[in-house]
Design a protein around this ligand. Structure first.
Ligand code: SF4
Ligand code: SF4
Ligand code: SF4
Length: 246
């Protein structure tokens, strides 16, 4: 019997689920041959409550989301965090720099009292997580690879080295040489340094490496006459949760 798979969204833009829908050709056929999708609001009307693997998109930012996530955890044999919001809190955690009243008023103005909100957090702050697909959005290729690994009972591999390693392998000129900043030295690799290769910088969407070498980031800043304050805004975009917990 094929394992039953369900997708769930919490506080998110739903871009990670959309990326799964970009699966085509062989990858899509492999997925459909290996699993039975029993709940996926963006793609099918079926909505079964009996599933083995749950993919969770989004962070937790309302009280009502906590029991919903706990219920999913209870049902699922394997629970996977999909995308930066679910894995590390992501952009939703930017509001954690404000009081919740300030955040509500900023968004809803005079209607703020009608809504509830709590400081945003990744899903592993609420329930145990078995596997992670990182990035904003989570990449289709990594999703397909993870499903394959789960089907053969293998633990999915996660790089423990920083984006700089992949960036150098891609032959990029370091953006610090071009007068820009980047947080690749402390960010977990796995994306192939796609943003730098595409002419931008790393914003840390895959979260921090397990033991971030802060010294290496500081040395780079020093070399280019910069201060930590000049990269901290970049760091906050995705990684506020690892810095601010209210
Ligand atoms: S990780 Fe990015 S693409 Fe995915 S839900 Fe969050 S904001 Fe959207
Ligand atoms: S700091 Fe950024 S641009 Fe420089 S090598 Fe590292 S990832 Fe590449
Ligand atoms: S380069 Fe940085 S921001 Fe871009 S996908 Fe990789 S980890 Fe995310």
């Amino acid at each position: 019997m094929k394992p039953k798979v369900a997708f769930f969204d919490f506080t998110s833009c739903e871009g990670c689920q959309l990326d799964v829908l970009n699966l085509t050709g062989e990858e899509l056929l492999d997925l459909l041959a290996g699993v039975e999708i029993v709940s996926f609001r963006e793609a099918i009307s079926r909505n079964d409550e009996d599933y083995d693997i749950a993919f969770i998109e989004g962070s937790i930012s309302r009280d009502s989301e906590i029991p919903r996530l706990q219920k999913i955890r209870k049902q699922a044999k394997i629970l996977v965090a999909m995308g930066a919001c679910a894995c590390i809190g992501g952009v939703n955690c930017l509001k954690n720099h404000l009081t919740m009243n300030e955040a509500l008023t900023m968004v809803y103005g005079a209607d703020a009292k009608q809504f509830d909100t709590i400081p945003a957090r990744p899903i592993n702050a609420v329930v145990p997580v078995d596997a992670y697909i990182r990035g904003c959005p989570a990449q289709t290729g990594e999703f397909a690879k993870l499903v394959k690994a789960l089907l053969i009972g293998k633990k999915p591999e996660t790089p423990s080295y920083p984006v700089c390693t992949e960036c150098k392998m891609a032959g990029n000129i370091c953006v610090y040489e071009l007068g820009k900043t980047c947080i690749g030295p402390v960010t977990r690799a796995g994306c192939g340094a796609i943003c730098v290769t595409g002419g931008r910088q790393c914003w840390g969407c895959r979260g921090l490496v397990d033991e971030p070498n802060i010294n290496s980031q500081e040395e780079i800043l020093k070399k280019y006459g910069l201060t930590p304050a000049q990269v901290v805004e970049k760091f906050k975009i995705y990684n506020t949760y690892s810095e601010v917990k209210k």
